[in-house]
Ligand binder design. Structure first.
Ligand code: NAD
Ligand code: MG
Length: 382
């Protein structure tokens, strides 16, 4: 029996790599829904190849255009929030792979779990903002959140068959991004092109900027806390420029397990789709001799204040991570539009975090209100 998957964000970096995995294992998977933002041409090609029941675009006019392009197709073309809701709640869907970017992923993650689907999660932002809600829903419905992020997939794999109570700490590795060897003054003058020039991974623009500011690792600290039920003190970060050790777990007996591999996101994507099994593939094997040396450095919090802000958000908890994440989304967009510089991202996040009164939330709507409040505050700053 093939596993039925709804893939959100199918035209993005993770989405296209996920379809590459499905293409190689077409007997194992059946894609029942594909969703994209604006990329009509690529979505049209994906519909012809994978023949999903439903395909979703962001805008009504794009959906009308696609319907005309694919006049003979059996795929139902939908749009907007309602379309995304359909894609995650279809009765046949067993697994939702959320590869949307940013705050856009929050409601679909929530609805997938609420509708009793397993959730393969690339969209770490939804766990950062609504971790309490997501983990509660997953537990209530007996569903699994399976990490796609390479570090969290590494930890998830190291914990296979282990008792979570035996975990002393996890060590998240980080490539260090394009500014690892730059000083603060140079980073302050960095251009958009400098920030987009990631040394090891080719990814969507938002996460590439997050890697440059190291907010990506900040988000991943909070993601790890929710996925593996850890406190801030149990999550360490190590810079590892080769990106071969994807992360590590230390147990109470001081034994450390690491998961290694070449930096290729198809590996954790495939594991999230095939879990709890593994599938064969033809990708290159890790050759440690050609890599030569694995090196480690401690992260520089002075140079990368986002790491400090993320730990503060995690320790305070409540709605503060949601504010931090929504602010980061908004400010990365402003940076991509060349409206602000690198350090204005962390400066403005810090300002808006300190103007927020964190509260215990119970509902998705409260998080959406907090996100709206964050955006309106930031609009008043610049
Ligand atoms: P991307 O920008 O390449 O792709 C995002 C996808 O979401 C695209 O299909 C786009 O069309 C769709 N989308 C964007 N805005 C939308 C909207 N408003 N409505 C509907 N659809 C919309 O992003 P990515 O790099 O693939 O990252 C996706 C997620 O995976 C992020 O949360 C990121 O942090 C995480 N992630 C990515 C990588 C990677 O290697 N790219 C690694 C680890 C984690
Ligand atoms: Mg990662």
């Amino acid at each position: 029996m093939s596993k039925k998957i709804s893939l959100l964000g199918s035209t993005g970096s993770i989405g296209t790599q996920a379809l590459d995995v499905v293409r190689k294992h077409h007997e194992a998977y059946d894609v029942v829904a594909l969703t994209a933002g604006h990329n009509i041409d690529l979505l049209a090609k994906q519909i012809i190849e994978f023949e999903p029941k439903v395909a979703v675009l962001k805008k009504h006019e794009d959906a009308q255009h696609l319907t005309r392009m694919l006049a003979t197709s059996k795929t139902r073309i939908l749009y907007g929030d309602h379309g995304l809701e359909t894609a995650v709640s279809m009765p046949e869907t067993e697994l939702v792979l959320n590869a949307l970017v940013g705050s856009r992923g929050l409601t679909p993650s929530y609805l997938a779990l609420k509708n009793g689907k397993d959730l393969a999660l690339a969209n770490k932002e939804s766990l950062v903002s609504g971790g309490m809600l997501m983990t509660k829903l997953a537990a209530q419905n007996g569903k699994q959140i399976i990490p796609v992020d390479s570090e969290h997939s590494a930890i998830f794999q190291c914990l296979n068959g282990e008792d979570k109570k035996e975990v002393k700490r996890v060590i998240l590795t980080a490539s260090g991004g394009p500014f690892r060897t730059w000083n603060r003054e140079s980073i302050n003058r960095a251009t958009l092109e400098d920030a987009l020039n990631h040394p090891n991974w080719s990814m969507g623009q938002k996460i590439t900027i997050d890697s440059a500011t190291m907010m990506n690792k900040g988000l991943e600290i909070i993601e790890a806390a929710w996925l593996f039920d850890l406190t801030n003190d149990q999550i360490d970060v190590l810079i590892h420029p080769q990106s071969i050790v994807h992360s590590m777990v230390e147990f109470h007996d001081t034994s450390v397990l690491a998961q290694m591999g070449l930096p290729d996101m198809r590996v954790p994507i495939q594991y999230a789709l095939s879990w709890p099994k593994r599938l064969k593939n033809q990708w290159n094997s890790l050759d440690l001799l050609s890599i030569g040396a694995l090196t480690f450095e401690s992260p520089n919090v002075e140079k990368f204040p986002c790491l400090r802000l993320a730990r503060e958000a995690l320790c305070v908890g409540k709605t503060l991570p949601c504010v931090m994440n929504a602010a980061n989304d908004f400010l990365v967009e402003a940076f991509l539009q060349r409206r602000i510089g690198v350090y204005q991202i962390s400066d403005y996040i810090e300002q808006v975090m300190h103007q927020h009164m964190p509260f215990e939330y119970m509902e998705l709507e409260e998080l959406i209100e907090v996100e709206n409040w964050t955006r309106s505050m930031l609009k008043s700053f610049f």
